[in-house]
Structures are given as structure tokens and as C-alpha cells.
Ligand binder design. Sequence first.
Ligand code: FAQ
Length: 340
Amino acid sequence: MYTQSLDLAGPPQAEADPETDRVIHRDTRQAAFDARIAADAKIEPQDWMPDAYRKTLVRQISQHAHSEIIGMQPEGNWISRAPSLKRKAILLAKVQDEGGHGLYLYSAAETLNVSRDDLVEALHTGRAKYSSIFNYPTLTWADVGVIGWLVDGAAIMNQVPLCRCSYGPYARAMIRICKEESFHQRQGFDALRAMMGGTEAQRAMVQDAVDRWWFPVLMMFGPPDAASPNSTQTMAWGIKRISNDDLRQKFVDATVEQARVLGVTLPDPGLQWNEARGHYDFSPLDWDEFRRVLNGDGPCNRERLATRVRAHEEGEWVREAAMAHARRRNGDDSGECDAR
Ligand code: FAQ
């Protein structure tokens, strides 16, 4: 058990210079923080942390939360058109899970002294990012399977190391999220396998979806390490554990065999086993496209944001009702109910 007492410098000196005192105090706290990071221990909300560490966590966790919430849209689009009751029930549960992930993550971000309203406002005004991948359209039912197989597959590859993140609330949220993401990945693979065992037209539909999603999925891992401004510091802080490029490579290596089992071709003529490296080589990605999508110019950016803002506005009455209920339960609302 550790407490803030770790951070306290001894009793104040009678003649202490407040400026020097503040510096020493800060140095002691910084040293305690550094020691915890070096020992691979968790930082908890009540612990002192450098402002930059807090800011980075708020950025990454909130972007992650926004991605989960916006990520409900591409698949949500297919709930009413799922090909069977079973697929519909599975998809409903999955999309609902993504909403839940957003809520765990907003809660984790709130432990860093930011308000959820401010985070949501940053998303709605375009100040905060969310994952590039959710700005691509779902044109056929096969896209839903491919999102499960490849998008959730990439998300798991990225998120399993985050279960060891140095910030306790984020790490714990990720453990739960990763368990659910593996179900998501498997249901996507299962839906695609069913289609690949179907008609020629169904197989062509799956191949077309794989062709459209493969490269955008590889960009989910972020820019190359050499062009990733945040990686060095976030890795030194134990937030990120594996670099963007290394995760991308792990994902490619794992996915090639899955594509073979499924019977689809990954759309990259440069994809080949490199004996010397012990990894698959793959073609360079189109980072101009990535930048365009991040700057709001992807195929669906405007639609995704407009849908999110509309849902938020239409949900105003639900938030009001929940607040009224909470006030009543706390006994600070003397208003009578119309009906009991
Ligand atoms: N899209 O210096 P780095 C999911 C930004 S959840 C948009 O390398 P960092 C589940 C980055 O923010 C998917 N922006 O940054 C699901 C930074 O911008 P800033 C989301 C991107 O943070 C499945 C700038 O570029 N997962 O799929 C992207 O060290 C199905 C420079 O980049 C997470 O968020 C991108 N792809 O590394 C839901 C996981 N890549 O803020 C529904 C947690 C980079 O400096 C359906 N996040 N940027 O202006 C992370 O692991 C990291 O934040 C990275 C980026 C790896 C995404």
C-alpha cells in the first residue's frame, strides 16, 4: 500500500524559502514517480504525476474512448440488415460492447481530473482525434465480418500490451476490453468463414471487403516510428509498451496465416516472407491518405461526426432524466413525482 505520504518532504523549516521549498518538494515527487515507473509499478489517480504524463494519458485515453463510440457507427449501420436473427443478435451485442468500452475509457480518463463534458465537446468540435479506420464506409455485409476479423484483430494487437500500461485505471479497463475484443474478432472471422463456404458471389464480396480494408487497417497502428512524435516519451513512461511499427509487423505476421485459412488474398503484391528477418515484408503504406483522413478528409469523416453530434443532442432528455433520478435518490430534489 502506498499513499501520498511518499510525496511529502519533511516538516517545513522555520526560515524556509517558499520558492526553494517548492522546487525540492517537486524534485522529491518526481523522484518517487520515476522510481515507480522504473520498478514497473502502477501509478494511481491519487499519486503525484508530472503534468506531461497526465496530459498524454488524457489525450490517448480520450482518443481511444472516442474511437470506441464513433466505431459503433460503421457496424451499427448493418444491424437492421443482418442476414439472420443469429447474426443480428451477435452484432447487436458487439456494437453495444463497443459503447461499453467507450464508457470504461471515459471513466478512466475522468480519474485524471478532466470532465467528460469537456472530452465530448473536444470530439464534437473536431479538436480531438478518433481512430482513422472509422472514417471508411461499410458497403456490404462482408465489411461487418472484416471489421471484426481485421479491425478488432488490430485493436487487440495494439491493446493487449496496454493491459500493462503504467497508469492503473487504463490498464485495468484494457484487461476487460481485450477479453471482449477477442470475442469480436472471432465472430468476424466466423461470419467470413460462413460466406467463404457459400456462393461465388459471397466469396467475391468478402475478397472485395478485404481489398478495401487491408491498408487502412495497417494504418490504425499509427505513423512509422520515425514519424511518431509521442512514442519515445510514452514508451519511456510505460504507457505504450511496443512501438507502432513493431505492432504493425506482429499483426501482419499473425494475419497472413488466418487469410490462408479463410481462403482470401491480402491485396499486397509486396507481401512475402523474409527468411533473414523472420517476418513478412509488406509494401509501404500511403501516409498521404492517412494524413488526409486525420485532417477530416476521409470518405466518411463528416458523416461520422454529424451522426455523433445528432445522437448526443437527441439524447439530451435521457441525460436530464438520469440527472433528475440521481438527484431524487440523493434526496436533494423535493419535487413530487407525477405518478408512482
Ligand atoms: N487514427 O505519435 P503517434 C478499436 C495520431 S479502438 C487517428 O504515434 P500515439 C476498437 C495520434 O493520436 C481503435 N489518429 O501517437 C473497435 C497523434 O496525434 P496527436 C483505437 C492517429 O498516441 C473495433 C499523431 O497521430 N485504439 O478499434 C492514429 O503515440 C471495432 C501522432 O501519432 C486506440 O486508440 C490513427 N490510427 O500512438 C471499436 C488504442 N494513429 O494526439 C469499434 C490506444 C496515430 O499527437 C469497432 N491508442 N494517430 O495530435 C494508441 O495505442 C495510440 O494512441 C496510437 C497512436 C497507436 C493510436
